[in-house]
Design a binder for this molecule. Structure first.
Ligand SMILES: CC(C)(COP(=O)(O)OP(=O)(O)OC[C@H]1O[C@@H](n2cnc3c(N)ncnc32)[C@H](O)[C@@H]1OP(=O)(O)O)[C@@H](O)C(=O)NCCC(=O)NCCS
Length: 360
């Protein structure tokens, strides 16, 4: 059995939909109130299908998403066995504060009937080759489940825990726009501010992708499942911040926040920006504001944003690429010191410290 990995193309769309759909046992109707009765695939609208796993669940939607793949520079790798597409991995290079140049591994899926034959491993190996060629410092992934098949697949390939991630929440009570903040819209053409700003919360994907969907909402999707979405800039006399608000499509009293702050962070100023984002959220009827972030920003969100940790999310995993030498980067001593205390975190903590500064 030979597994062949190559770059995917629009001609693969039907096969990719089949791969993704192989994972769904029961299909359901969805309305603006949430999940409804079981139904057959053919009975569902394209948008109802996407509720079972994203844009890959329907041919027409995936065809449109392919435009985003091209626009965002996503590299869609596909794996074949005997000429049949049986798996895929979307990889995307990113260069953003504070992480630098890295390869993010986004969607990974292997057809249910072809698992445990090395298909995912072959896809990840090809991504590793790309990362080395492009001199990415490391690869980053947020596995679907660290202690499940996805985490095991990545750790089997030498990926290690990098940072923990958390879901946080705050409630909104009669907020007012702070007088020192001016809010305005964000033009669609505005590029993600990845070189000047840090995404301190909203880690639902890498910064560039989260930004793109915030300033380019999918209007058809919003029509199918009505909810508010808003992308705003917030200016003080010292800097410009950006935030996106996304109302939950089924529970309109809840919404999520993504926030980009100019680097280096100014803690005190962040407090008024969080207040501005809470006020804007209240305009949309949001009473509970949620977000997701990585461990380095939790304290800032708690202290300046009034958020509290709700639950732990899956951790991010990293794998070094050969040219980035830990010894040469001077991190190895710190790395082994941390490693003695917590061997599981040895390498990840070194990357964390390199990007964010010492926290221990
Ligand atoms: C996770 C997934 C992509 C793995 O694909 P795969 O082609 O079966 O993976 P591989 O055959 O390359 O597995 C490599 C190794 O990972 C580990 N592994 C993978 N799946 C595992 C499982 N279900 N249970 C235990 N170990 C597993 C094993 O060590 C395996 O080596 P082995 O088979 O020699 O023991 C596949 O199960 C899948 O598509 N799952 C649903 C979607 C998903 O979770 N995607 C990941 C998002 S990050």
């Amino acid at each position: 059995m030979t597994i062949n990995v190559r770059l995917g193309a629009r001609d693969d769309i039907d096969a990719l939909v089949e791969v993704e759909c192989s994972d769904v046992e029961t299909w359901y109707h969805f309305t603006s109130k949430g999940r409804g009765d079981p139904a057959s695939y053919d009975e569902l609208s394209p948008w109802e299908r996407t509720m079972h796993g994203g844009w890959w669940m329907d041919r027409a939607i995936l065809t449109r998403y392919w435009d985003d793949i091209e626009r965002l520079g996503i590299i869609p790798l596909v794996a074949e066995i005997d000429g049949k597409v049986v798996g895929h991995l979307d990889a995307i290079f990113s260069d953003e504060l504070p992480l630098g140049h890295f390869l993010y591994l986004d969607v990974l899926m292997v057809h249910k009937a072809y698992r445990r034959r090395g298909v995912a491993t072959a896809l990840i190996k090809e991504a590793e080759r790309l990362a080395r060629n492009e001199k990415a410092r490391f690869m980053l992934v947020e596995p679907q489940r660290y202690e499940g098949p996805s985490g095991l697949t990545y750790t089997n390939r030498g990926f290690e825990k990098a940072f923990d991630a958390f879901h946080l929440e705050t409630s909104i009570n009669h907020p007012e726009m702070p007088p020192e903040v001016q809010v305005g819209s964000i033009p669609q053409v505005q590029e993600a501010p990845v070189k000047t700003h840090t995404m301190i919360c909203g880690w639902y994907n890498i910064s560039a992708k989260t930004w793109y969907y915030g300033v380019n909402p999918n209007l058809e999707f919003l029509q199918a499942f009505p909810c508010h979405q808003l992308a705003l800039s917030a200016m003080t006399n010292r800097g410009t911040y950006f935030f996106h608000l996304q109302q939950d499509r089924f529970d309109h009293s809840t919404g999520s926040l993504s926030l980009w702050a100019p680097a280096p962070l100014k803690q005190k100023e962040l407090r008024v920006i969080f207040q501005a984002s809470r006020t804007a959220a209240s305009w949309l009827g949001i009473k509970t504001l949620t977000t997701k972030t990585i461990e380095g920003y939790v304290a800032t969100l708690e202290e300046e944003g009034g958020f509290a940790v709700k639950s732990k999310a899956e951790p991010y995993l990293v794998k070094n690429t050969s040219h980035w030498n830990l010894e040469e980067s001077g991190l190895v001593n710190r790395c082994s010191r941390l490693g003695r205390r917590n061997p599981e975190k040895k390498y990840g903590q070194a990357i964390w410290s390199h990007c964010y500064g010492r926290r221990d």
